[in-house]
Write a protein that binds this ligand. Structure first.
Ligand code: PNS
Length: 162
């Protein structure tokens, strides 16, 4: 297991400035940050996996140590395949803590060679979530403070006044 590689997993439907903040800061800590989009056919998402990957590639284009990928099935199985040693997750609130605590415990039960590490979101981004941003956009609200500028038009186009 390589402790210099972290996997930052998530739905990223779509990537927000909160996610990007975590990715940027993780780049200063880890040699490689592998952003992994969950491909879950059971859950309907606003953007397809390939669209989510393309958006992540666009917003991470200037970050040389970021790799974008997708995975299906168990996260620990994916981690095993990549050889990464760390699962990285962002924490916004006490509510996040409850869920993340459970996921981290479960993942450590499933694999004793992977560690979960958490990074606090910066206060500017603590209230951002992809689902709230999508709701705002669907009612015609301004989401430019929450979504990276390079993908803003694409996100608005999909969600505007739905
Ligand atoms: O961005 P999200 O939706 O909060 O990300 C959740 C994610 C993808 C990290 C989580 O659902 C996950 O790891 N799913 C893979 C299935 C799995 O491994 N489940 C068992 C451990 S909780």
């Amino acid at each position: 297991m390589n402790q210099s590689i972290c996997v930052y997993p998530g739905s990223f439907d779509p990537v927000t400035l909160g996610h990007l903040d975590i990715i940027r800061r993780a780049c200063r800590v880890f040699q490689t940050v592998r952003v992994a989009v969950l491909d879950n056919p059971e859950k309907t998402k606003t953007f397809s996996v390939s669209e989510r990957i393309a958006m992540l590639e666009k917003v991470c284009a200037s970050l040389p140590n970021v790799q974008i990928d997708s995975f299906s099935g168990l996260l620990v199985d994916y981690i095993r395949k990549t050889g990464a040693g760390i699962i990285l997750r962002g924490l916004r609130s006490a509510g996040d803590f409850e869920t993340e605590f459970q996921m981290a415990q479960m993942n450590s039960q499933l694999s004793d060679s992977v560690e979960s590490l958490f990074m606090m979101t910066s206060p500017d981004h603590a209230y951002i979530s992809s689902s709230i941003v999508k709701q705002i956009a669907s009612f015609g609200g301004d989401i430019s403070a929450f979504i990276p500028a390079s993908i803003l038009a694409e996100v608005n186009k999909r969600l505007d006044h739905k």
